[in-house]
Design a protein around this ligand. Structure first.
Ligand code: T46
Length: 144
């Protein structure tokens, strides 16, 4: 699977009462079947979470309350930072992407929708191992 990081904007169904966002599997906004959801909250100030990549997992991240920043490194070494600070701002991450979650505000609630059940085997938690896997992906892509 090609590694990918893409910012998404969810459509808001706002009216005089406030806002509502609806998400469906296999849509433009969630391009996979949702098999798992988890959320991260009550994060200790200054914490950096993540520091891993996934081999196959697809995820969409959205901060339902507060804010945090997601840093992503693609196999070609490109690093991008994405501030999620409103419930309509989301980030799609697919495949081999080294990610960190940081700069959590005190009230941050980070919801993650995932394409697979929890599988520790899908994680690469060692950065050198990630770079080796990334180099392999890059050489496969250049020989196509
Ligand atoms: C990711 C980022 C964005 C489970 O038992 N089930 C689960 O579904 C998850 C996600 C975690 N866990 C356990 C495994 C660990 O003992 O919860 C503990 C904390 O997990 P971890 O250190 O991997 O959490 P983060 O915040 O570093 O990373 C998480 C996800 O694991 C990861 O897939 O992409 O959020």
């Amino acid at each position: 699977m090609q590694a990918k990081v893409e910012e998404k904007r969810f459509p808001m169904h706002g009216d005089a009462r406030g806002q509502l966002i609806a998400l469906e599997s296999m849509s433009d906004h969630i391009p996979f079947e949702i098999r798992r959801a988890y959320y991260i909250f009550d994060t200790v100030p200054g914490t950096i979470r993540g520091n891993h990549a996934h081999k196959e997992l697809k995820q969409v991240l959205v901060c339902l309350s507060g804010a945090c920043t997601i840093s992503c490194e693609l196999p070609d070494g490109t690093v991008s930072e994405h501030c999620l600070d409103w419930p309509d701002r989301a980030l799609l991450i697919e495949g081999l992407v080294w990610r960190q979650m940081k700069y959590f505000s005190k009230d941050a609630v980070l919801l993650v929708l995932a394409s697979e059940h929890y599988m520790e085997d899908d994680y690469i938690r060692d950065y050198d191992e990630f770079r080796k896997a990334a180099a392999k992906v890059m050489s496969q892509e250049s020989s196509k």
